[in-house]
Design a protein around this ligand. Structure first.
Ligand SMILES: [Mn+2]
Length: 292
């Protein structure tokens, strides 16, 4: 069995299928880890949802900000934005089946390797103060709240405050902060203050804000963290993390989809692949960015 981590698909079904063909993916044999944002911006969110759901236990999906936005729109808490491409999902005859499946996906997933190592999968990032255990507990609290009363979560989800972690946050603020960190944030300060507006390339080295995984000390080092959400960063593997959002949707929107897989690795809808479950790790394979 091979485990593949796949970056933000964002409705790019043709590119996803082409990537899986290139990997010789077998649903009987292999497992896919999607780092969130299955939907929106691209042209085929409905097909992506149907396909990934059909994989059953062979696909692990964590929720991204676009997935949560789709759910908030479906629950009538939020209106579609002009740039959204979610209408096919919202009008589908099987929309309830798909959305009921989507809303029960986790915000963080841990995969223990059995030898003391583990992979932690989230969409965007963590704060330096969170351990792996805290991250899973906070994600679990959001997952329970989404199951119990989704509209209540979505009502309070939008907003950038609080911008710093504290053990004393109220339940509502804790839910929002957890969602913002796990699904939206890219940079923070050494004391954990987040700037949710930051997009584009990482800040200059003299900025107090740095990529979340470059802040030391980071309490989540017990696991390798696999994440997406930052297409301008591209594929990154350092400091105990693997970032796999290589911006498929932006390449796909500006180029014919058939060219996507013949281009540079950064045009792939996924970069981080091949997480072997046996030691020693298989070596990096070719240009598609195998991780070990
Ligand atoms: Mn995202």
């Amino acid at each position: 069995m091979t485990r593949y981590a796949i970056g933000d698909v964002q409705g790019c079904n043709d590119e996803l299928q082409a990537l899986l063909a290139r990997l010789h993916f077998s649903a009987d044999r292999d497992q896919l880890y999607f780092v969130g944002d299955l939907v929106n911006r691209g042209p085929a969110s409905l097909h992506v949802l149907r396909f990934v759901r059909s994989l059953g236990d062979n696909a692990v999906v964590v929720l991204g900000n676009h997935d949560l936005h789709l759910l908030a729109v479906a629950h009538g808490v939020r209106r579609s934005r002009k740039s959204d491409t979610l209408d096919d999902v919202l009008a589908a005859p099987d929309r309830d089946t798909l959305l009921d499946w989507l809303i029960t996906r986790p915000l963080a997933h841990i995969h223990p390797h059995g030898d003391g190592r583990a992979d932690l999968v989230v969409h965007a990032g963590l704060v330096p103060q969170w351990t792996v255990g805290m991250t899973l507990a906070l994600a679990s609290e959001v997952e329970s709240a989404l199951r119990d009363d989704p509209s209540r979560v979505f009502d309070h989800m939008y907003g950038d405050e609080p911008d710093r972690w504290s053990d004393d946050l109220t339940e509502k603020d804790r839910l929002r902060f957890t969602i913002n960190v796990l699904t939206r944030r890219r940079v923070c300060t050494a004391d954990g203050r987040v700037d949710l507006k930051w997009k584009g390339k990482p800040p200059p080295s003299n900025s107090p804000y740095q990529p979340w995984f470059d802040i030391e000390p980071r309490e989540s080092r017990a696991a390798r963290v696999i994440f997406g959400h930052w297409s301008a960063l591209g594929f990154v593997q350092r400091n105990g993390v693997v970032g796999v959002d290589s911006g498929c949707v932006w390449a796909a929107l500006s180029r014919p989809s058939t060219s996507t897989l013949t281009g540079r690795p950064s045009l792939l809808p996924a970069a981080g692949i091949s997480c072997p479950t046996t030691d020693p790790p298989v070596p990096t394979r070719g240009r598609s960015g195998a991780i070990s």
